[in-house]
Structures are given as structure tokens and as C-alpha cells.
Design a protein around this ligand. Structure first.
Ligand code: APR
Length: 264
């Protein structure tokens, strides 16, 4: 069955009228690319049923960031912070990667050089089969002792004890995510920056690009001569840097784009 052309493409309301020319242009850029970086945010997990942070129904709409996502909040009330993260972990056990995650995992074998960089802590890129993911904001499945720094992976949801205690020193453990006001993991940021500096194409998927230093990666890529392709139903803060803007849900747009890129 032939897929209908541009003006009549119907994939739900969001991408009605998405320009077929833009999709072909993006595919053309990717077909000739050697070094590709994919940079993702919460929007890539939206179609899996994971709420984004900002915008209607976003996590920060229902929770004050200062009360649940800062070291000060954890210091003041570790149990309340853990209840917030434990509930997010429980919710994540009920979701699965969507086609956007699948395509971004498949690209690790499609391009000579490929780096998947995410702001997400949900682990869905790995669950979709991505082997190497630079997790700039850590992982919700990791816990770290605030006393001795011991880190471990713990996928139990709910956690048996809240707040959890370190098996090594008995200290308080915290979620292994990056909170507002904290530095990003140095190795992850260095890997992501080097990949952005060297890339031919950076595909930015599902981020509002308002949180730094992560959002700065798009500027790094663009100013180093990399072509930026944005996949997002709405324009992000870095849309002006994009060579091509694909306005639609990632779980629909990326499989279409991948099909057009085809076997290189
Ligand atoms: N496909 C693609 N993009 C989508 C989809 C979808 N199906 N649904 C929503 N989006 C887009 C929105 O238009 C928005 O631009 O995803 C973006 C989500 O933006 P935010 O909620 O701000 O999430 P993100 O950019 O990942 O936030 C950055 O902020 O709160 C901190 O640490 C947290 O990593 C997070 C960081």
C-alpha cells in the first residue's frame, strides 16, 4: 500500500500537513551524514505515557520543583522527595518504549558514528535496545549514598524502605538523578560535548531546550557546523538553529524519517 503524499498525510491531528518536503530534506541530510548525534528530552517518552515536565499536564505543573528536585529539598525532607521519585519509578514500570525509542536505538547500527544523548532519567532508551546512552541527568533506577557516595542500580518499585539506606555505611541514599542547582556528571557532559562538536547532524527530539547546560549542546553542534534537525510538535527554544523542523510527535515522525533514510 502506497503511503499518501504530503498534503493528505493523516497521522492524528498533530502532524496534519507536515511538509513531505521537510521530511525528505531531513532524510537526505541524514543519508549523507557520517557522524550523527541524537539529543532527547521528555517528549520522546510522551507517547509511552510518561508525562513531560512543562506544558499542560507536565510534572512541574503538579509539583513545586523546589520541593522535590533540589538538594535543599532532599536535605529538608528526604521522605517527601523519595515518595515523589518512588511514585515516578512505580509509574515507569507500567510503560514501554515507543517507536521513537526504537528508531533511535536502531540508529546505533545505521550510522558510522552515532551518539545518543538524553536528558531523560526513565531508562526507556536502554529498554528499547540502545547500547550506549549518555544520560546527562542521571537515572531514576540508580541510587547513591549521600555519605560514602556508593552507587547501585535498584529497580524495585516501590522501594522496600523509604528513605533507603546504604548497605555499605548505613548512610541515607538519594535518587541518582541530577537536581536543579547541581552539576551534570562530568564524564557524560564531556562525551556529549565532544560528540556535538564533531557531529555532521544533531537530531533534537522532544525537548523544550530551556534547561542548561544540556540545551547548550545544540548550540555547540550548530556553531561547529553541524546541521540541526528538530522533531517536536512545537518549536523549542533552539528551533531557530534548526535546518529542518519536523512538527509532529516523535513516535510517528521518526519511523517515517527512518524509512526515508532507508538502508544506507
Ligand atoms: N514528540 C516529540 N516532542 C514532544 C512530544 C512528542 N510526542 N510531546 C511533547 N513534546 C515536546 C514538547 O513540545 C516540549 O517541547 O517535548 C518537550 C518537553 O519539554 P519539557 O517538558 O520542558 O522537558 P525537557 O525539555 O526534557 O526538560 C529538560 O528539565 O525538568 C528538567 O531535568 C528535567 O531533563 C529535564 C529538563
Amino acid at each position: 500500500m502506497h503511503r499518501p503524499r504530503a498534503a493528505t498525510v493523516r497521522f492524528g491531528n498533530r502532524i496534519q500537513g507536515m511538509n513531505q518536503g521537510d521530511l525528505s530534506r531531513a532524510a537526505e541530510i541524514l543519508r549523507s551524514a557520517g557522524r550523527v548525534v541524537a539529543f532527547t528530552g521528555a517528549g520522546v517518552s510522551a507517547e509511552s505515557g510518561v508525562p513531560t515536565f512543562r506544558g499542560a499536564g507536565g510534572l512541574w505543573e503538579g509539583h513545586a520543583v523546589q520541593q522535590v528536585a533540589t538538594p535543599e529539598a532532599f536535605h529538608a525532607d528526604p521522605l517527601m522527595v523519595w515518595r515523589f521519585y518512588d511514585q515516578r519509578r512505580i509509574n515507569l514500570t507500567k510503560v514501554r518504549p515507543n517507536p521513537a525509542h526504537t528508531v533511535l536505538a536502531r540508529w546505533q547500527d545505521r550510522f558510522p558514528s552515532y551518539q545518543l544523548v538524553t536528558q531523560n532519567v526513565d531508562g526507556l532508551h536502554h529498554a528499547a535496545g540502545a547500547r550506549e546512552v549518555v544520560e546527562l541527568h542521571g537515572s531514576i533506577w540508580c541510587v547513591r549514598c549521600v555519605g560514602c557516595g556508593h552507587e547501585r542500580e535498584d529497580r524495585s518499585a516501590p522501594l522496600p524502605d523509604l528513605p533507603p539506606r546504604c548497605s555499605a555505611c548505613g548512610g541515607l541514599e538519594r535518587p541518582g538523578v541530577v537536581w536543579f542547582g547541581e552539576y551534570l556528571p562530568a564524564r557524560a557532559m564531556a562525551l556529549a560535548t565532544a560528540a556535538a562538536e564533531a557531529c555532521d547532524v544533531l537530531v533534537v527530539v522532544g525537548t523544550s531546550a530551556v534547561v542548561y547546560p544540556a540545551a547548550g549542546l545544540v548550540e555547540v553542534a550548530a556553531s561547529a557546523g553541524g546541521k540541526v534537525i528538530e522533531v517536536n510538535p512545537e518549536a523549542s527554544q533552539v528551533a531557530h538553529l534548526a535546518e529542518v523542523e519536523l512538527r509532529g510527535p516523535a513516535g510517528v515522525v521518526l519511523p517515517l524519517l527512518d524509512e526515508l533514510v532507508g538502508d544506507r
